[in-house]
Unconditional design. Sequence first.
Length: 130
Amino acid sequence: MRKISEKQAEKKLKQDAKAVTANDLKKVLDKRDEIEEKFKSKGPHGRFVEDLKLFFSVIHDYRKGEYRELPFWTVAAIVAALLYVLNPFDLIPDFIPGVGFVDDALVVGACLALIERDLQNYKNWKNKSI
């Protein structure tokens, strides 16, 4: 059984984030239902349901120009993590029972750790604007 480490997940996320374009933001927003479906499971994705909502909110507000107080790299990291989850043929293919989604969860977790401060600033802004 193939495993990946947190360090490998972070490296993959950083690599993929460098390639994210504005078109990828639209792609992720267009695939929102499909991505959310993967997170509704009781598997490794399940613990990230609230984070997923926050991710989509960040992407939406950034794309619309409503919140630009974070670097594009932060948005790119979110988009890269969600595109990774969407890809069934990633480091550990999703169809492998029991472990196919573990790498996805590691990539999402790495994303959260890398952009924690920017997410907190965004949440503070969002709470003030409501």
